[in-house]
Design a protein around this ligand. Structure first.
Ligand code: ADP
Ligand code: MG
Ligand code: ZN
Length: 568
């Protein structure tokens, strides 16, 4: 239950645990310091790194939560060089493993990996060390979860390694992949649950940038490390400016908007645009190229060779913009990305945070823009197929619709982090504009929409958002128009905001209809919503938007104040 979750996690979040481990009075401290400076060539630790290192060297099971780019890898790479034995690193992708190994090699650190594409000789080297302790000793061994779950032989060697006292620690990178609640669930991560059974005295360190309570709880359960220590740094990235902008209805206008941004605000600067589909990335990057911008698409269908080339040229600033699907993700480590633009809604708050987080790793001011259009919600909704994913997409919709709450607060709240308003320092659109909230009575609008839906239903017509609005504004099918109610005097662009709000609050719902070729999303009345005579639906709207023609509640009045004033 929720309560149990809270209780167990609160034990894990024991603040004193962090204080307990961040000190320099551990027996291995001088060695830790030497390795940091001499081997990793770094001057000092970043927040929470030393605490994590001390905790895992103290053989504690640990989940380490740090935003992308925070420096999680060091927290298992460094301890691996302090102890006598081997650290097994589980990492979700071969490309991530390769990147890490290249980095380690540059520092003169010897690591190995084993997977289906490892050569026979190298497999033998690894297996000899694991089963017999043959020199040279391996300090860091990288595997994918697939390999761990598939290869019985590997597991048996690992057991021998443990028997020889050489298995010192297990690091699980991107550990949120264990959880269905995470944004990157990977079925093979489930097999990691056997690790604690096989090696109950070997400490586990799980690392992730995702940190909602449900994910953490799930991960602890999955790995059999309930109640383990959790260390986390703040998720705030103070140098990122978060904003949501309306996405123009016309595609060409959208391109023009992007062109202006990229040629003026971000002239000569590097960035990423995330798009919904492979087709979108191709079309969008071509349109941008036609306007003289060095943009290239990046997605899973590109030949690996071409994909690497795009990544590399972007790293070297030969391409200014990568227009990508979410396939352009984990392991991207360019320090001077000045902008990340979501061309359509990200699929969850986690994705929003993670993908935006690829901007400004060097600490300099960078912008994270979501281009929002209500219709994209339906496009996104059409390609998902679980309640969980639906819930996640809704929270993004909520984020976009909120035109008054600090964006950082919305993000922090999502990650169950406490948030002080002042910490944003006007680094988001809502804080910068200081708009206030006006409550509008939208009951009549809701009733109007309901009568359109009723009429459509009697004629067995499915209503898309577009169709609904067309009928509302007396276009579309004549037979579906509602004649007995007068049309609410709201501009069409605002009508969209109201429909979105009603959907979010459950007064409306979307449902899918499948054909062999496509999934379509339609609008319906909310399942449990009955409007009675006395129902009043009110909606908070930013003072920057004026819903002329609707009833407005005085903003000084409290919730119970039923006084409404008519404006215009
Ligand atoms: P994460 O896995 O948390 O996203 P990484 O481990 O990939 O982050 O580290 C991101 C970058 O930060 C890397 O380039 C790394 O070398 C650098 N880094 C890590 N720790 C430190 C430190 N203490 N001082 C300076 N740079 C660091
Ligand atoms: Mg990492
Ligand atoms: Zn703010």
């Amino acid at each position: 239950s929720e309560l149990e979750k809270e209780y167990n996690l609160s034990k894990s979040f024991d603040k004193s645990a962090e204080d307990q481990y961040k000190g320099t009075n551990f027996p291995w401290y001088s060695k830790v310091e030497n390795v940091l400076k001499d081997t990793f060539k770094l001057k000092e630790f970043r927040p929470m790194q030393l605490a994590a290192i001390n905790a895992t060297l103290s053989k504690k099971d640990l989940l380490l939560l740090m935003p992308t780019g925070g420096g999680k890898s060091l927290c298992y790479q460094l301890p691996a060089l302090v102890g006598h034995g081997m650290t097994l690193v589980v990492s979700p992708l071969l490309s991530l493993i390769e990147d890490q190994q290249i980095g380690l090699k540059k520092l003169g650190i010897h690591s190995r990996s084993i997977n289906s594409s490892t050569s026979k000789e190298n497999k033998k080297l690894v297996n000899d060390y694991l089963s017999k302790g043959t020199k040279p000793a391996i300090k860091l061994l990288y595997v994918t979860p697939e390999w761990l779950s598939k290869s019985k032989l590997f597991k048996s060697y690992l057991q021998k390694c443990h028997g020889l006292g050489n298995l010192e620690r297990i690091a699980i990178d991107e550990v949120h992949c264990c959880s269905q609640w995470g944004h990157d669930f990977r079925p093979d991560y489930q097999f990691l649950s056997l690790l604690k059974d096989m090696f109950h005295d070997v400490p586990i360190i799980g690392l992730t940038a995702t940190a909602t309570l449900s994910v953490l709880f799930d991960v602890q359960n999955m790995l059999n490390i309930k109640g383990c220590l959790i260390l986390r740094t703040s998720f705030n990235r103070p140098n990122l400016f978060y904003q949501v902008v309306p996405k123009p209805q016309q595609n060409q206008e959208s391109i023009t908007y992007l062109e202006n941004l990229i040629k003026n605000d971000f002239k000569g600067q590097s960035g990423i645009i995330y798009a919904l589909s492979i087709k979108d990335t191709e079309e969008l990057s071509e349109s941008l190229r036609n306007r003289g911008i060095k943009a290239r698409p990046y997605h899973a269908n590109l030949e690996p060779e071409l994909r690497r080339k795009v990544h590399e040229k972007w790293l070297n600033d030969e391409y200014q913009v990568v227009v990508a699907t979410v396939a352009f993700g984990m392991g991207i480590d360019k320090p001077d990305v000045r902008f990340v633009i979501h061309h359509s809604l990200p699929k969850s708050m986690e994705s929003l945070y993670q993908e935006s987080g690829r901007a400004g790793r060097d600490g300099k001011r960078s912008r994270c823009i979501v281009m929002y259009r209500f219709n994209d919600y339906f496009r996104g909704s059409a390609i998902i197929n679980s309640k969980t994913e639906e819930k996640k997409l809704r929270s993004v919709l909520e984020y976009c619709l909120d035109s008054s709450t600090c964006r950082r607060k919305l993000i922090a709240t999502h990650f169950d982090e406490k948030w002080e308003q002042k910490e944003c320092d006007r680094m988001c659109d809502n804080c910068k504009e200081e708009s206030t909230i006006v409550w509008y009575n939208i009951t009549s609008v809701c009733k109007y929409i309901y009568s359109i839906i009723d009429k459509a239903q009697t004629q067995e017509v499915n209503l898309t958002l577009l169709k609904l609005l067309d009928i509302w504004y007396k276009g579309g099918d004549k037979n579906l128009r509602v004649e007995n109610l007068s049309m609410p005097k709201v501009e069409r662009q605002h009508a969209e905001i109201i429909v979105a709000y009603l959907l979010m609050k459950g007064y409306l719902m979307d449902y899918k209809s499948y054909t062999a070729y496509a999934t379509n999303c339609y609008i319906q009345k909310g399942r449990d919503c009955y409007l009675t005579e006395n129902t009043v639906i009110e909606m908070p709207i930013s003072s920057s938007i004026n819903l002329r023609g609707l009833l407005k509640r005085s903003s000084s009045g409290d919730e119970s104040d039923s006084k409404v004033i008519k404006i215009d």
